[in-house]
Write a protein that binds this ligand. Sequence first.
Ligand SMILES: [Zn+2]
Ligand SMILES: [Zn+2]
Length: 394
Amino acid sequence: MPDAPDLDLAASRSAPAGRTDPSVHTGPTHSPDRADGAAPGGRAGTTRPPKQEQLPAERETVELAPGILRIQLPIAMPGLGHVNAYVLTGGTGPVVVDAGLPGPATMTALTDGLGQAGIALRDIQAVVVTHSHPDHFGAAGELADAAGAPVVVHGAFRSWWAPEHHLPVEEIPDVDPADLDTENPMLLPTPWGGESLAAGWARSNEDRWTAGWTPPVPGVRLRDGERIRLGAREWVALHTPGHTIDHLCLFEPETGVLLSGDHVLPTITPHVPGVGGGRDALGAYEASLSRVAALPGVQLVAPAHGLPFSDLAGRVAAIRAHHEARLAEIVGLVAEAEPVGVAELSQRLFRRERWGPMAESETYAHLEHLRRTGRVRLVDGRDGPRYVVSGAAA
Ligand SMILES: [Zn+2]
Ligand SMILES: [Zn+2]
């Protein structure tokens, strides 16, 4: 990993951002993909104990390792009960990594959690956002404003609710411009011929957050491999696209700590999007998984949801195996039903209560990965594209 000078956080402390009120719905950000342990296509009505990512936020600030505190913030999102905000202390002064959904519940929990460690909001020196999902960036703007601190992101970070802060496409590091959308893909008809994802979410009325939102204005945009001192430690920025195209993990090689964001979660399989994630989000995700699995000396993985763990290679292997099984299952289902469209196939893959835009988007991501690797191909259907197994007649 290339060496880069320490970034001067003080120099990039940003002016307060303007407020805006995006009357837009965010999408769910985690996989419907048997996230609750359900088998595909059935067994509705069975109840299972909640997964650790689904448990409500604990109120106690916990020190995971010297200089690394965890505050759990409450969120109400499908399949998730909290988001972990990590606080890196010492050195540069406290830095918050991920700030939860916008709104008073987050700010109250953050203020209380920081207070338990003797930290005031104004003490915060930087707010890191691991990726462009609202449970991670939602309150980052408000927190950064309150502290007068910069927002730190990967250079590909873009929030379509504040496109005025996007970098020009040609200046975005680490990403092929062909993988970048030029307008908000959530508002466009889906590539598989359905209504926009935003329309689907609006109807489901999930994840509404519209009141008085302060968008995060990136003050430090990291590149892959760049080093940055946050708190008492020097971290390496790892661009880990897949779950989102702008996903950032932070690795601290001295003691082997990985802040994994949503890239690797302890028991839930992170959602891989068919829309907004580039041309082959699943391929990118698999490459990013391989990359973190090869990191030397990982001792502690601190995920954005759920509990810390240490067996990163084992968890990555399990996630990879899940997707391999899913891909094989999809090839089988395509062979049975060909030519088959995305919506129909997603309904064969997912339980009824999971049907909808997110399941379709994830199905599309898998199909496009199969198409790009030559295992299925596209044919024209009357109402949108259809897939057949490669070699099959249309
Ligand atoms: Zn996410
Ligand atoms: Zn998340």
